[in-house]
Design a protein around this ligand. Structure first.
Ligand code: PBG
Length: 310
């Protein structure tokens, strides 16, 4: 590899910067002669902190500005939390690389309680994720859910100011920011099935950049790639967005992929679950079959009623 310059587009939040710097460090370790720089951008998703994201247009909000930078050549690659990358990425963009996953579980964070089962009736839990809300309401119907927006530091600040008895956050984000000590309990995937791609990082490039595809290949984690292929296939087949309480989680067991998914009503009163094991080589097919299973159970009505409202 000859010396060259690479620019990484990133959001400017502390978590996004950690992720971009992680990719920067991995690239520099591989290509010590390269010059790897960060281009920090503000996205609409970062600017809209007062309204529920599900009402203002969903996940793409966090990545558009980064894609403009790829298009006009200001940046070569964009680093994202895979969870925030729309499942229907289209030409000229490509999800070229999925890196090794950190803990994909949701974390229970509280100053006063050590787990969800310790919370008294009526206690207020902060989360703006419909997926977390539906699963919480189903498992702990005596708790109250209140919206919680903002970056990780903002959300922790709101917990500390006493507005919530507890909040639910992705364990991976807290770990990356050195905040793992705030985690009181990691929720089992039975109690809170994660979002497709949770805990993994994805790199986006222009499809025309086969030079980059090769250069980034050593960063790819084959296990995480295959798991998230299945998870994102479930989400894609269900027209997944953050307007829908939808979870998908895959685990690699030898050569077999074990995939679990659910679709719920936001009140948690109905939860359709599906699971399927199959050869890892058929990851996307397994995801598709799970989505069909969920649709057959009744998920299609939930999806239709939620899209009517938006
Ligand atoms: N929805 C925002 C978001 N996107 C990625 C993470 C954390 C890191 C990850 O899951 O990869 C978070 C925060 C959270 O859900 O608590």
């Amino acid at each position: 590899m000859t010396a060259r310059r690479l620019v990484i587009a990133t959001r400017a939040s502390r978590l996004a910067l950690w992720q971009a710097e992680h990719v920067q460090a991995r690239l520099l370790a591989l290509y010590p002669d390269a010059q790897v720089e960060l281009l920090k951008l503000s996205t609409r998703g970062d600017e809209i902190l007062d309204r529920s994201l599900s009402k203002v247009g969903g996940k793409g909000l966090f990545i558009k500005e980064l894609e403009y930078a790829l298009l006009d050549g200001r940046a070569d690659l964009a680093v994202h939390s895979l969870k925030d990358v729309p499942v229907d990425m289209e030409a000229p963009f490509e999800l070229s690389t999925v890196l090794a996953r950190a803990d994909c579980r949701d974390a229970f964070v509280s100053n006063d309680f050590s787990s969800l089962s310790d919370l008294p009736s009526g206690a207020v839990i902060g989360t703006s994720s419909l997926r977390r809300e539906a699963q919480l309401k189903s498992r702990f119907p005596h708790l109250q859910i209140q919206p919680l927006r903002g970056n990780l530091d903002t959300r922790l600040g709101k917990l500390d100011s006493g507005q919530y008895a507890a909040i639910i956050l992705a364990a991976a984000g807290l770990e990356r920011l050195g905040l793992a000590s705030r985690i009181r309990a990691r929720m089992t995937t039975e109690d809170s099935l994660p979002a497709a791609g949770q805990g993994a990082l994805g790199i986006e490039i222009l499809q025309t950049r086969s030079d980059l595809r090769e250069l980034l290949a050593p960063l790819s984690c084959p296990e995480t790639t295959v798991c998230t292929l299945a998870e994102r296939a479930v989400s894609r087949a269900l027209g997944g967005s953050c307007q829908v309480p939808l979870a998908a989680y895959a685990k690699l067991e030898g050569t077999q992929l074990n995939v679990h998914a659910l679709v719920a009503t936001p009140d948690g009163k109905t939860i359709y679950r599906a699971a399927l094991k199959g050869p890892a080589a058929e990851a996307e097919q397994i995801g598709l079959q799970i989505a069909q299973d969920l649709m057959g159970q009744g998920a299609s009505q939930i999806l239709a009623s939620l899209s009517d409202k938006s």
